[in-house]
Design a protein around this ligand. Structure first.
Ligand code: IPD
Ligand code: CA
Length: 275
């Protein structure tokens, strides 16, 4: 069953509790953070990642939600009695490296779906934890930044564009030839280091597109961001311009191109395809 709850209120409460849960770690940001093992997504798990995840789970429990958690940290876990109709996909802290370096660009991403698939996400929240700005979307109801409706950029010109591009990979020799034509034609390239938030920037028209063709971004990072972008009028496809739907799983990774409008999307696809 979809939206049998007031997800706006529940997600908002999750966000507030995540914010509170990470305060002690912000206060001690320069102190080394112990590793708590390897998270389900394959990265080292830090105390603030776990604190944020616990805050989300505890909030959902308080609202008496039965759900399957799909988390980058503790993996897939079931809470309550009827866990098959409600999947909550989270990256408790996206941009963990920024967080630990004191770089003010990290967020929390929470997505709700009635099936375990990306395209079935019907509620999403991405909150910029350093600036206290929240992006939300509900299926067919639009996308919002702090409650105000947002729309993607209408700019179709690469010469005018600001495009987010994730080049963060050791397989740089394979990636660079594929991405060079796009870099050569684009006026401004950026990468801030928290891809859920970068998708929200495209949704908000702050950037014109976001490209991640490394094949290593997890569904937990994008589940909420994709809905927010689509509800704001944006487009997401594979680099081959195929619409895709994948299983929500912390280990499932993908490549994609996310754009504010079709005109710029086609231009990006053609340049990436050319290689
Ligand atoms: C990371 C960020 C980063 C991207 C990495 C992701 P995390 O998420 O989104 O921008 O380059 O691939 O893993 O690990 O901080 O949650
Ligand atoms: Ca994370």
């Amino acid at each position: 069953m979809k939206a049998d709850r007031d997800w706006q209120e529940i997600l908002n409460q999750c966000k507030n509790n995540v914010k509170t849960s990470i305060q002690p770690y912000i206060a001690t940001i320069r102190e080394p953070q112990p590793n708590l093992g390897i998270g389900a997504g394959g990265d080292a798990m830090k105390p603030m990642d776990l604190a944020a995840e616990t805050a989300i789970v505890d909030t959902l429990k308080r609202y008496d939600v039965s759900f399957t958690l799909i988390s980058e940290e503790s993996g897939v876990r079931k809470f309550g009695t009827e866990t098959e109709g409600c999947f909550v996909t989270v990256d408790p802290i996206d941009g963990s490296t920024n967080f630990m370096h004191g770089l003010p660009f990290y967020c929390c991403s929470i997505a709700v779906s009635n099936k375990r698939t990306l395209n079935d996400v019907y509620a999403g929240l991405v909150t910029d934890l350093a600036h206290d700005i929240t992006y939300t979307a509900f299926e067919d109801k639009g996308a919002y930044r702090d409650g105000k409706k947002i729309q993607t950029s209408k700019n179709g010109s690469l010469e005018e564009a600001v495009i987010g591009l994730d080049l963060n990979t050791y397989k740089v020799k394979e990636l660079i030839p594929k991405i060079t034509p796009l870099i050569a034609k684009t006026k401004h390239i950026r990468h801030f280091g928290a891809n859920a938030l970068e998708l929200s920037f495209v949704a908000n028209g702050l950037t014109d597109a976001f490209v991640d063709i490394r094949g290593k971004l997890r569904t937990t990072d994008v589940a909420a961001g994709f809905l927010i972008l689509k509800e704001a009028g944006g487009i997401v496809t594979t680099p081959e311009n195929q619409v895709f739907n994948v299983e929500l799983d912390p280990k499932k990774t993908m490549s994609f191109i996310a754009s504010g409008n079709m005109e710029i999307h086609k231009k990006i696809i053609n340049l990436v395809k050319a290689c």
